[in-house]
Design a protein. Structure first.
Length: 298
């Protein structure tokens, strides 16, 4: 059975476009820019075609076009105009909209076409910072709001991971140029949100550091093993949901007691890391607010 979500409420449209549901209703009533479908009980809903249209209208509106003007355009003219006005100023929003549509339709070709178009003008690092990071932040919100399913999130995350793997492999053959410390990157036990950690690994290698990438759900005992082989270690822990904030303090204390020594430290990053008590933060335990701050540090 095909369970792909292909109908959307007006609240879904608000979440996907950033345009308030009240505004969408006004646009519909005053300008007839959308024609919602109706259930047998007269509840409005929208199909994928309607979603694509409102995403395009949102881009035109953000670019300065008035809704009154957009409403007078023939339906087939809107996507043509969107393509014509794509510029350095608007390419980010257009790409994010295209990636959203690729996600909603589970459309790998649209993802690849959008990515390759971006790559003609931008580096991989620019694409990740300017497009993928805000895209994943939006996807996190859409998942919490139940506009998308976990399957949508996994689909788009996997495709982004593929690009990370390829770009990381391309630079891994370079010999490290910095040897003052070595970075060990891992996700704590039961943590599986790996995308951010993978990008940090790419940035560290790009910056000339040697990295040891351990990946998902790493117990403390595995971190102890690393100490047998290397000195001057910076452990990078990416915590999105685990350890739960209620036991996060205990986890940090265990790290200090069991892992850290005179020449090692832990850098925390990820949404959950912000719950680490200020009293536990010192020269050995550092928390980064976001990926941008981390990259600036290295």
């Amino acid at each position: 059975m095909n369970n792909v979500k292909n109908t959307f409420s007006i609240k879904d449209l608000e979440n996907l476009t950033g345009i308030k549901a009240h505004t969408i209703r006004i646009w519909e009533k005053r300008y007839n820019i959308l024609e919602p479908l109706r259930t047998e009980t007269n509840i409005r809903y929208y199909d994928l075609k309607g979603l694509q249209k409102i995403l395009n209208i949102t881009l035109l509106h953000d670019y300065g076009y008035k809704i009154s003007k957009i409403s007078k355009l023939p339906p087939e003219k809107i996507p043509v105009l969107v393509n014509e006005i794509i510029s350095t100023k608007s390419v980010k929003n257009h790409a994010i909209s295209s990636f959203k549509m690729a996600m909603m339709n589970f459309d790998q070709k649209l993802f690849l076409d959008t990515y390759n178009n971006l790559l003609s003008d931008k580096s991989f690092r620019e694409i990740f910072f300017e497009v993928f990071i805000p895209l994943m932040e939006e996807i996190g919100f859409l998942w919490q709001a139940e506009t998308i399913s976990p399957a949508h999130e996994h689909f788009i995350s996997y495709l982004i991971k593929l690009k990370l793997w390829v770009n990381t492999e391309n630079i891994q053959s370079n010999e490290p140029t910095k040897n003052d410390k070595i970075f060990v990157l891992y996700l704590p036990s039961d943590e599986v949100h790996e995308l951010g950690l993978m990008y940090l690994n790419y940035e560290l290698i790009f910056s000339g550091y040697k990295t040891i990438y351990l990946g998902e759900s790493v117990p403390l005992d595995s971190l102890k093993d690393i100490k047998k082989y290397f000195n001057n270690i910076v452990y990078v822990c990416y915590s999105t949901v685990e350890p739960h904030k209620e036991i996060l303090g205990t986890y940090v204390k265990d790290l200090k007691e069991q892992i850290l020594d005179d020449d090692s430290k832990v850098w925390f990053i990820g949404r959950n890391s912000q719950y680490i008590d200020e009293k536990l933060r010192d020269e050995k335990i550092r928390v980064f607010e976001n990926i941008t701050e981390f990259v600036q540090e290295i």
